[in-house]
Write a protein that binds this ligand. Sequence first.
Ligand code: HEC
Length: 289
Amino acid sequence: MTRVALLGAGVACVLAWGAGGAESSVELEPMEPNLRDLPSLQRGMTLYVNYCLGCHSLKFQRYERTADDLGIPHDVALANLVFPGRARAEGRDGPAIGDLMHTAMPPERAQQWFGKPPPDLTMVDRVRGTAWVYNMLKNFYVDPKRDFGFNNRVYENIGMPHVLVGLQGVPRLKETGLKAVDILDGKDGLLRKRDGGEFVTSVTASDEVGGEDPVIRGKRYVLEVDPGTAAMSPEEFDQAAYDIANFLHYVGDPGRLDRQRLGLWVLGFLVGLFVLATLLNREYWKDVH
Ligand code: HEC
């Protein structure tokens, strides 16, 4: 194989990897993280260690730094957030608060159970974006064809169970009608490319749908939670998903808040310097006139 072909294959692999397994069939709901909202980050960490850390490590993050940044006293963190049964590096003892946030799940077993081991999530916010994580947590739905009984509208065929089902309740897709189609963008089957390369501008009813509609339309769905299955109200669950995504946003770059704070000091310093320089300038020119 030539070098060019190898390079081409490499690029194709990267593209395929980027697209793989994360097809989204819904528009992402906007979500703005807020690192000043310490209660949200504290709740996010609590939810994370209870519902996620069993499978997903945060192996570049320490309990101690996290507790300090989020304003959690060490004894409270040790008693409530650092579980005694967690995995620790061999021969390591001493203050457990300094540990990295490893998962106790052995990777080989996880491979067996889930088809692929749950990835470390330290960087997931930087790779996927905060809104993606938020929406992913909110878009599980019942799908009997999947091994764990749930699929996901943001990450089609995800290999992860719907771990927050007890909080959210059992979400089902409910059809609410047909999606409007934009005739110009050619999506939803209006503009089709035939095998020979020829474009056809409309697909007739007999081609695709059961004869009643000359245009193929997508369907619209909403998620509806089975009554009586949720521990949280829809608003509380949205907040929980927000808090987890917000926490993972913090974890993706723990220094961000410090940098913002430092930036303000630097700007303040420059403003002070500008005032002094202006006064000094005036003082010098006084003598010249
Ligand atoms: C029972 C184990 C398990 C638990 C608990 C779990 N996950 Fe997962 N998670 C997985 C597996 C397995 C995958 C890989 C799925 C795949 O790629 O198909 C995954 C994938 C993900 C991904 C996608 C990563 C990526 O970029 O591909 C995110 C984000 C995620 N999990 C977040 C969470 C959060 C947040 C929680 C806690 C609320 C959580 N998970 C709890 C097993 C788990």
